[in-house]
Design a protein around this ligand. Structure first.
Ligand code: DC
Length: 219
């Protein structure tokens, strides 16, 4: 048994395939899964619903402290408006501090798979395994655009790509917990990988760490 917490940290930019991969890995490892981006989205939703500005640090911290798990099931957490408001909220150190305990508590009892931007660097620097999942901006924008289309949200591809680039820049350049790979994270570039190939790459890494012994049976 490892002394490190039974946490798999999965970080990376938007639409790199983290969520799909994290869900599959959580099922394979029999661990609970938390999409931490939803926390920032739900705080943004609460703020906008309260008529506050997404950049207002005092109002945003209050909403982050009042967040409940029920807020994560709110509808419309994945609209372009919430994309932008969540990025603003996520740049506020007081909001990040308020959400830290929520994320750590989630994994306390049984371990967990968490995906986000700072799981391997800030939330669980001692995670048992860390993946940094990325892809080219064009590949990610295309996935996001298709996803929006499937949900009936009309958006021009160029707008989706521009928004994504702006969000990448905001996530990577913010002072509070900027997006960057942990030094000990394994990089998975999904630009040319489908979901099964990305899963296989992650499983191979976990197997090499001795975490996932049944890798070959489950591919
Ligand atoms: O992964 P996502 O697009 O749902 O994330 C929404 C926003 O929250 C995005 O701007 C990045 C930010 N985020 C963050 O700063 N830290 C996390 N652990 C997860 C998301």
């Amino acid at each position: 048994m490892s002394a490190r917490p039974n946490v798999l940290a999965i970080d990376g930019p938007a639409a790199a395939g983290k969520g799909t991969l994290a869900r599959r890995l959580a099922a394979a490892l029999h661990l609970p899964y938390l999409d931490t981006g939803l926390l920032y989205r739900a705080v943004a939703r609460r703020l906008l619903d309260a008529g506050a500005d997404a950049g207002d640090p005092v109002a945003a911290e209050a909403q982050a402290r009042a967040l409940t798990t029920a807020d994560l099931d709110a509808p419309n957490l994945r609209t372009p408006q919430i994309d932008r408001a969540a990025a603003a909220v996520a740049s506020l150190p007081l909001v990040r501090a308020a959400l830290l305990a929520f994320q750590r508590d989630f994994a306390t009892a049984h371990g967990a798979v968490l995906d986000g931007r700072d799981i391997g660097t800030i939330i669980f620097p001692d995670a048992r395994a860390k993946l940094f999942v990325t892809a080219s901006v064009d590949a990610r924008a295309r996935r996001r655009w298709l996803e929006l289309q499937q949900r009936g949200v009309v958006a021009a591809f160029d707008t989706v790509r521009d928004d994504m680039q702006a969000r990448d820049a905001a996530d990577a350049s913010r002072a509070a917990a900027p997006l960057r790979p942990a030094p000990d994270a394994i990089l998975i570039d999904t630009t040319a990988l489908d979901a099964d190939q990305a899963f296989a790459a992650a499983i191979a890494h976990l197997a090499a760490l001795g975490w996932y012994a049944d890798a070959n049976e489950n591919r």
